[in-house]
Design a protein around this ligand. Structure first.
Ligand SMILES: C[S@@+](CC[C@H](N)C(=O)[O-])C[C@H]1O[C@@H](n2cnc3c(N)ncnc32)[C@H](O)[C@@H]1O
Length: 338
């Protein structure tokens, strides 16, 4: 799905795409130490087809889980692709292997019916959320803001899939800035294939049968992981020619994360993809162009605003509007001498 399709999908609430087991396994292998003795909730799911439930049920003993809960949303106006055609919404509970065959058998899985539709905002679902330590799922992208706000309100640990565009949302960016949420390891090449019956717009080489390719998907989390502390190796030197200053904000433009200069400690604008390499011990996030760009300067120069708040540089005598930027600053290096 290209960006424009994703926006259209959000408007049309096209939320029926399902995560592959291989993608869940690939991400979850980095967080094993967080799960011992914990209750995991996979909401916004369909436990009968969900690979999240499958993963945690089969890894229950290996991870040392205490309890696994998964809830299924009963769409009141099911679309053509919805997997859930049952009358009532349900939730499942698994507390581990009882008969010693190390397989989650149907008789070991408790199935309960909700009174309501299993909406993550319903009181029944909130009660289950309150019992959980860690929430792991791919929630509806169309309700991402509300979904994250609820996790924060109930002070939950989480590992969830979302789109990188969500980084700039006014409800999400402050969490990233305050280091209350960061990116996980992510999908190879920043794109993933999800099981879905929606039309796939991927090129022939990228197409997989029965799936849609979604670019720009990321894992968001507040579980600590090693990559979040890895230092980005910087090898470029700052020169005013290579790093132009913005016209409407006092910082330099760094158009690629790998080009962050090693010898510059002032404010720099970097693309959103920087967050994939963000280590809060190495960099400080100051804000985003959406909030910081001085558009009055641009209006004065152009006689019009030219769209939403963004940084501009001057190139070949013309003003160039840039993509969304995150403003960062290097943290001073700790000296070994004390
Ligand atoms: C992107 S899909 C992911 C499904 C599943 N978690 C997975 O990754 O395989 C999001 C799911 O959220 C469900 N959903 C949509 N609105 C919901 C709501 N208000 N409450 C709970 N679930 C919802 C959709 O029906 C859909 O199955």
């Amino acid at each position: 799905m290209a960006n424009s399709d994703l926006n259209a999908a959000k408007k049309a609430k096209k939320d029926e795409f399902y995560t592959q087991l291989s993608d869940i396994q690939e991400e979850l292998r980095h967080y094993k130490e967080h799960f011992r003795g914990k209750t995991v909730l996979c909401n916004c799911d369909d436990p009968r087809v969900s690979n999240f439930f499958h993963y945690f049920a089969y890894q229950f003993e290996a991870l040392g889980l205490k309890r696994l809960i998964t809830t299924c949303y009963k769409n009141q106006t099911p679309d053509l692709f919805s997997q859930n055609d049952s009358e009532r919404a349900i939730w499942l509970e698994y507390t581990g292997d009882k008969n010693g065959n190390r397989i989650p058998d149907p008789e070991e899985i408790g199935i309960r019916q909700f009174e309501g539709d299993g909406d993550f905002r319903s009181q029944e679902c909130i009660e289950l959320l309150e019992q959980a330590d860690i929430v792991v799922t791919n929630p509806p992208f169309s309700l991402f803001r509300e979904y994250v706000a609820q996790l924060v309100k109930y002070d939950k640990k989480f590992l969830i899939i979302g789109h990188q565009n969500a980084i700039t949302y006014k409800e999400i960016f402050p969490l990233i800035m305050e280091n209350k949420m960061w990116l996980g390891y992510g999908f190879k090449g920043g794109a993933a294939h999800f099981i879905s019956k929606y039309e796939d717009k991927a090129t022939a080489g990228d197409h997989k049968e029965g799936m849609i390719r979604v670019s720009g998907v990321v894992w968001f989390t507040n579980l600590d992981h090693q990559k979040h502390h890895e230092e980005l190796i910087l090898y470029r030197n700052y020169t005013p020619e290579d790093y132009p200053r913005y016209i409407n904000y006092d910082a330099i433009e760094v158009s690629k994360t790998c080009d962050i200069p090693a010898d510059y400690y002032g404010l720099m604008g970097v693309p959103l993809t920087f967050l994939d390499k963000y280590n809060p011990e190495q960099f400080e996030i100051i804000g985003q162009s959406l909030d910081l760009a001085d558009m009055a300067v641009i209006r004065k120069r152009l006689g019009k605003s030219g769209g939403g708040p963004r940084f501009y540089i001057e190139q070949d005598g013309q003003l160039r509007r840039l993509f969304e930027r995150i403003v960062i600053r290097r943290r001073p290096r700790q000296s070994c001498e004390s």
